[in-house]
Write a protein that binds this ligand. Structure first.
Ligand code: PMP
Length: 408
């Protein structure tokens, strides 16, 4: 059992009470997006019922209240990741937009043809394609750290590839396709020893373990609200103030300016310089509520429980499913099980388990390169969150056993 009351916690998630195809929902697609507790749903609902107005513009009461609520959400995020200042917390649409912001603003300013960006084999497409766009625009090179057969990062190769030509290391904290946790506590100091900044894709990290950006000494940290019990449409780019201050704005428009004339425009300070236009106000407030919720439950408690679910599910699957291949069995692994079953297509597994009420992911998980490297085009993936139970793992494994019998 977790350190929190699991049944009381589940009751906070209305969606977990619904049925799918006549069966109780077993939701194991948390790496794609997590479900939302009532406190998040109500915070957003309440905002639209009571407060809705545009921020930073009006002197009227609603506008003031909306501005305060939006900035309070920023402070909650600041506290959650232990940023030194709320100026270092930029609201974006999500991890994808955060990484694109760094590529286009920091990258275009600080990189030139021949400079290298070092990523890993197991990146999500969100941490590959923005660098390829930049490669087309200014001729940078993309270098790739390989993985070992167990799905962990090849650290010998990392040290070999970390040459003075590398100008940025951009790496995931947790692989969404394999669950592998990367050793940031080694990677970041090694890069800094050569004066190389590090961007961490925290999309799968922050929902599953405590994150302290100052302790990590990370330069940029990107994540999405919707994978950490918050709404879609909101995410964060954390950046060290001295880096963000020196970066040009990425998008232009309202809210990000100081003075505008047709001859010359000056920029607002941080964080507004990077937040052009009306932001996702309700979503930011929802994210703030998600942060409160995670802190109330306890991030370490969530992490510990998910680890128990991972160990239990892995054991049960190995015991009950002949022909099972789990992709990624790194010693340091988050609650993600990516697998294939001999003679059964991942697609069929996904469709048939859905018939039994079990929601898992199938496909390439937006990480085509690592799956191809491991010799598959698609896997089925179960991923855990704070509210999952051992009974749900049992239902999931039983569903797989039935589906396997149907398919083989
Ligand atoms: N990086 C990783 C590791 C992810 O798992 C995801 C989402 N699957 C992303 C980036 C992209 O996140 P978003 O779609 O919320 O921008």
């Amino acid at each position: 059992q977790p350190a929190y009351d699991l049944m009381a916690l589940r009751a906070e998630f209305p969606i977990l009470a619904r049925e799918v195809n006549g069966k109780p929902l077993v939701y194991l697609d948390n790496a794609a997006t997590s479900q939302k507790p009532l406190s998040v749903i109500e915070a957003m609902d309440d905002y639209y019922r009571q407060t809705n107005a545009n921020i930073h513009r009006g002197l009227h009461t609603l506008s003031q209240e909306a501005t305060d609520a939006h900035e309070l959400a920023r402070q909650k995020v600041q506290g959650f990741i232990n940023a030194a200042s709320s100026r270092e917390v930029i609201f974006t649409r999500g991890t994808t937009e955060s990484i694109n912001l760094v590529a286009q603003s920091w990258g275009r300013t600080n990189l030139k043809a021949g400079d290298q960006v070092l990523v890993s084999m197991m990146e999500h497409h969100a941490n590959i394609v923005p660098w390829q766009l930049l490669r087309e625009q200014i001729g940078i090179e993309l270098k790739v750290i390989p993985i070992l057969p167990d799905g962990s990062l090849d650290m010998d190769a990392f040290h070999r590839l970390l040459t003075p030509q590398v100008k940025l290391v951009s790496i995931t904290q947790v692989s969404n396709a394999l669950g592998s946790i990367t050793p940031l506590e080694q990677i970041i100091p090694a890069a800094h020893a050569l004066g190389i900044p590090v961007l961490v894709d925290g999309a799968q990290g922050i929902p599953h373990q405590p994150v302290d950006v100052q302790a990590l000494d990370v330069d940029f940290y990107a994540f999405s609200g919707h994978k950490m019990y918050g709404p879609t449409g909101i995410g964060v780019l954390y950046g060290k103030a001295e880096l963000l201050d020196a970066m040009p704005p990425w998008q232009g428009g309202g809210d990000m300016i100081d003075v505008v004339t047709f001859e010359k425009t000056t920029w607002a300070g941080l964080p507004h310089k990077f937040e052009a236009g009306t932001p996702a106000i309700a979503e930011a407030i929802g994210l703030g509520a998600a942060v409160d919720w995670m802190q109330r439950v306890g991030v370490q408690a969530i992490s510990d429980w998910e680890h128990q679910l991972l160990v239990y599910a892995t054991e049960r699957m190995k015991a009950e499913l002949p022909g099972l291949r789990i992709l990624g069995e790194a010693a340091h692994k988050a609650g993600v099980i990516s697998f294939v079953l001999e003679d059964a297509h991942a697609q069929d597994l996904g469709l048939l388990t859905d018939q039994l009420g079990v929601a898992i992911r199938t496909g390439h998980h937006c990480a085509m390169p690592v799956l191809h490297h491991l010799g598959v085009n698609a896997t089925a993936r179960a991923s855990f969150a704070a509210y999952n139970t051992f009974e749900e793992v049992d239902a999931f494994v039983a569903a797989l056993v039935r589906v396997r019998e149907m398919l083989i």
